[in-house]
Design a protein around this ligand. Structure first.
Ligand code: ATP
Ligand code: MG
Length: 257
């Protein structure tokens, strides 16, 4: 049994939340200055949720996303991912889980400039040791989803911003992650490209993806079923965007977004 099988088997008990944080804190120490980036974070994300995280610059949104994605560790509190305590994992186990179960979309796309579109999407799958035919099937499937299969041999610099972000979305979903984490995925896009990326996330969500997205933009926060507002590292309010969610669950897009 591989580590991953063990992980899935442990988490397959049923009612456990996909993500559960209790009293999570993050303190950064720099030059003897303590920054309390996150305090008392209680958060539950279930399979199939679409959560957005909002709040002013510096309130801890990206820090929360990097804890969720195992890129960084909490200073205190508890974090369970798929029912398993993350604190007990070794660095190697964390890396494996990140690679197999978590998809990241970054604000600045983070595509590798000297790899083609195809190679960028393929790279994380290579780390996972998938066979070439399996990689090819996943890469082509993901690029078709984002309507970019006509640009396989282009380099990122030869694409528009919206196209680069669509490739970044393809890279994040090609590995079929348990959860998709997006840090201002529309931050560098004009409104029509921003909408295209948001509609793509909404479509992935309708198909069952669990998504956690940081956004400054209230129009885009509405795409999510639920929004948490952070202020000074604390969750100060939470709202359910019921109307938007219900409409989308029935296959409708809201007009004018
Ligand atoms: N590696 C680090 N070392 C020290 N302080 C940090 C570090 N990363 C973040 N911080 C601090 O933690 C706080 C939260 O930062 P974070 O990047 O999470 O904010 P944010 O809500 O994502 O802001 P923005 O909307 O501008 O992206 C800030 O005060 C920041 O200066
Ligand atoms: Mg940020």
């Amino acid at each position: 049994m591989t580590m991953s099988d063990t992980w899935r088997a442990n988490g397959a008990g049923g009612a456990a939340a996909m993500i559960e944080m209790a009293g999570v804190r993050k303190v950064f120490l720099t030059d003897e200055v303590e920054t309390h980036a996150l305090s008392d974070i209680d958060l539950r994300i279930d399979e199939g949720d679409f959560l957005s995280i909002a709040g002013p610059s510096g309130c801890g949104k990206s820090t929360l996303l990097s804890l969720l994605g195992l890129l960084d560790s909490p200073t205190g509190g508890e974090y369970f991912l798929d029912g398993n305590p993350v604190a007990c994992l070794s660095a190697a186990q964390r890396a494996t889980i990140r690679n197999r179960h978590i998809g990241f979309i970054f604000q600045a796309f983070n595509l590798i400039g000297d790899l083609t579109v195809y190679e960028n999407v393929e790279l994380p799958l290579t780390y996972r040791g998938l066979s070439a035919p399996e990689r090819s099937e996943r890469v082509m499937g993901a690029l078709e989803r984002v309507d970019m299969s006509h640009r396989l041999k282009h380099y990122p610099s030869q694409l528009s911003g919206g196209q680069q972000q669509r490739v970044a979305v393809a890279r994040a979903v090609a590995g079929d992650p348990l959860i998709l984490l997006a840090d201002e995925p529309t931050g560098n896009l004009d409104s029509s490209n921003g909408e295209a990326v948001m509609n793509l996330l909404a479509e992935l969500h309708r198909d069952g993806a669990t998504i956690c997205m940081v956004t400054h933009d209230p129009r885009y926060a509405d795409y999510a079923g639920r929004t948490i507002h952070l202020f000074d590292g604390r969750i100060v309010s939470e709202e359910t965007n019921g109307a938007a969610r219900e409409l989308r669950e029935h296959g409708y897009e809201l007009a004018g977004r």
